[in-house]
Design a protein around this ligand. Sequence first.
Ligand SMILES: [Zn+2]
Length: 425
Amino acid sequence: MGKNDKRLIVKNGNVFDSLTGKIKKNTTIVISGKQIVWVGDDGSFEKEKNDQVIKAEGKTILPGLVESHVHLASTCSAQSERVEMRTKTTMWHYIALNNAQKHLASGFTCVRDCGASPGWIPSLRRILDMGVFAGPRLVVADNGVAQWGNQEMIGPQYVIDYYKNIGEVKAGVDGVIHAVRQRKSAGADFIKTLTTGGVLHGMESKLGTSLFLDEELEAMVKEAERIGMHVASHAHGLEGIYKAVKAGIHTIEHGSFLDEETADLMVKKDSFLVPTQMALAGLLSDEILQQLPPEVQIKTKETGIAQKKAHKIAFERGVKIAVGTDAGTPGNFHGTTGTEIKYMVENVGMTPAQALQAATIVGAKCVHLDDKIGVIEKGKMADIVISNKNPLEDISVVENPKNFSHVIKDGKIMVEKGVITYFSP
Ligand SMILES: [Zn+2]
């Protein structure tokens, strides 16, 4: 930081301590450059001449929120193939930027992107890290590591090519190792894979059976970890969840049909669950559901019922649960992750404090950034949300970005009352 840089002070607020789930009253935070350099009782704060001060008396101060599962370059439409046809590749970059900003504007200063076409999101991450645009800290998968053979690909060639682009891999242990290294060189921070079919993939795409051989999954985890990456697996059905956890996969996405035994294994293996309740809520909304093929409607309803039970089981057995929506899927809009936090209370059975922990410290661990974010303490990056109302008293406060007077990322005020106010100097 240069001699003339002002310190930014968040003065005398009620800080949510994500480690204990409790509020520390009358606390002042000092930010210098991108980092928090001091946190303490307001009474012992020493003001300096050039300090820029945000008065936070009576306000609740949260660590920047963490969204652990989105697709920034996806349409949120039930007619994604039609949208695809009308969108040039280069247009997607701007759409992804806009979506990233919607997350930031709603208080989410860190977002994990779980898959897009090759090269798109690693480039966006670099641009945002450079401070060219306001946007969240991104953790990116690049395109997924998938496999073929789950179902017959039907549709025009451009649609088949599009899906191949999202995740193609050579088979076998060597093929998987090659794919992991290829993602690393493409700029991925972690590996996204799929160990079961998807809800939207049609009736032939089975949710119940595991898509990879055990030795392929084990090789994927081993190679990813060797080069500093974690693995996240899309997994709805029980077998695919169980095998992913057994192979050491770090995070389970969706976890729709998991049972007690699998939950216990997740606790033992220290793996995380990202429930993505918003994805099913979006699909089950009247407007979207009627646009889906009849067989997918059946699959969606069954999965919706199973999920509510499964996520509760996971929470009750002590599985670590992070907040992520899968935003980008039909009817699941970017910038609405506050509702997923509310669902943690309403559907999963968390207290408001536990739900906020899921969106801060647990999320930071889930995306492997807990050395930098997730808690307000000296030495951490200055990612902070200042809320006019207390979400511990009413969790729905986090659904409305207008409740947040300021969103600070990397020590810069980027959003005020839900509107982006940061522009690159
Ligand atoms: Zn996803």
